[in-house]
Design a protein around this ligand. Structure first.
Ligand code: HEM
Length: 372
């Protein structure tokens, strides 16, 4: 589908076959991200990783992120932080909100990032002067280390703006997508009490007697994983995968001009009756005999995108959602307030970078002491 949005030629791709053409066959022609005011102001003139144009700097930064920050080994090494944060969450109420004008938001975030970097540099200095270094390295330590090695290991120097951009990528792309997915999964479980009962039974039996669920316990929770797979099919947090064309390109007989905005509509692909039986129904069992590798090899299932620009945070994202959801249904029985029924729950998406719920999910959590 072609839509002319003012001066911007926009192509929306809503079939698995065409998605493969755009994201794989004709990569790298469609490897750029669309530019706009928000990406320029907030993401340091796109000097980050997620929005930077497809050129040498981006390849280098992605390689560093994949090897040093988001590799299976790094994701595992941060498991204590995840568990600690989730334990704090199940013990407290928390509300997070974000608003405001672009420049104002940018300045506030920049100040926070600058403070974090200065603090880390000061800690390195103390470490160098002979005092003991405290604990393991976190994401900022790893990025600063890569910066020090610029010129030795990397062709393109890594600037402090690049580091800030990448931290911002990880905060924004990494936190919202995971929390949105967890919220949709809990919403679907509330709409389907029989599925909630099955998932809860699996978690409570599998982790019986434990005060805290650990990531190793998650490996055996097959049904929970299917619930998440089905949630990502029906409610991908990034329903429109944004790309932009770097040159004129003919794809399946259609000429797509240079600098067109190309949106791969995974929301529609995930509901395409050509691939999905009873597509609108939330049915985790459909994944019982369908192997999912999340690498985009089946173009009808690409919640993390595919090709060279696919999400580098798959392992991190899944680890967070699995642990978070498992804790929520292990430690609490959930009820609707005010006599609400499962079918009364509004399942519309709201407007935003990620497609979260239009209305907040308000539930009553009744603590369940599975470990007494
Ligand atoms: C449920 C969780 C998540 C989902 C569903 C998700 C989905 C996606 C999708 C669809 C894309 C676009 C891919 C493409 O253009 O082909 C993307 C890009 C990206 N994601 Fe994720 N993501 C998740 C979690 C994370 C996490 C935890 C991180 C980092 C810690 C992360 C970092 C990024 C970055 C940096 C990009 C841009 C990559 C690039 O342009 O090279 N994501 N994600």
């Amino acid at each position: 589908m072609h839509v002319q949005l003012g001066e911007i030629s926009t192509v929306v791709v809503s079939s698995a076959k065409m998605a493969k053409e755009i994201l794989v066959t004709h990569h790298p022609c469609f490897a750029n991200r669309p530019e706009n005011l928000a990406t320029r102001i907030i993401w340091y003139e796109q000097e980050d990783m997620g929005f930077s144009p497809y050129r040498e700097y981006r390849k280098q930064m992605r390689k560093i992120c994949m090897m040093e920050l988001l590799s299976i080994k790094s994701v595992r090494s941060f498991r204590f932080i995840r568990q600690d944060e989730i334990s704090k969450l199940v013990e407290s109420d928390s509300v997070v909100f974000f608003c405001g004008r672009l420049q104002e938001v940018h300045c506030q975030m920049d100040e926070v990032l600058e403070d974090m970097i200065t603090q880390h540099k000061a800690n390195h200095e103390i470490g160098r002067k002979g005092n003991a270094e405290s604990g393991d390295k976190d994401l900022i330590d790893l990025l600063l280390l890569q910066q020090q090695e610029s010129g030795i290991n990397h062709q393109i120097p890594i600037t402090t703006r690049n580091i800030k951009g990448v931290i911002l990528d990880i905060f924004t792309a990494g936190t919202d997508s995971s929390s949105v997915t967890t919220e949709w999964a809990l919403s679907e479980l509330m709409r389907h009490p029989e599925i909630m009962a099955k998932a809860q039974e699996e978690v409570r039996q599998g982790c019986k007697g434990k005060k805290t669920i650990e990531e190793v316990d998650i490996q055996n929770l097959k049904y929970l994983k299917m619930v998440i797979q089905e949630t990502l099919r029906l409610h991908p947090p990034l329903p429109l995968i944004p790309r932009s064309s770097r040159e004129n390109r003919e794809v399946n007989g259609h000429m797509i001009p240079e600098k067109s905005r190309v949106l791969v509509n995974f929301w529609a692909i995930g509901r395409d009756p050509e691939y999905w039986d009873d597509p609108e129904k939330f049915k985790p069992e459909r994944f019982e005999h369908k192997s999912v590798d999340y690498l985009g090899t089946q173009s009808e299932y690409i919640p993390f995108g595919t090709g060279k620009r696919m999400c580098p945070g798959v392992t991190f994202g899944l680890a967070s959602v699995e642990l978070f959801l498992a804790h929520l249904i292990y430690h609490f029985d959930w009820r609707f307030p005010n006599g609400m029924k499962p079918n009364d729950l509004d399942m519309d998406e709201g407007f935003g970078i990620t497609a979260g719920r239009k209305t907040s999910l308000c539930l009553i959590g009744i603590p369940y002491h599975a470990y007494d």
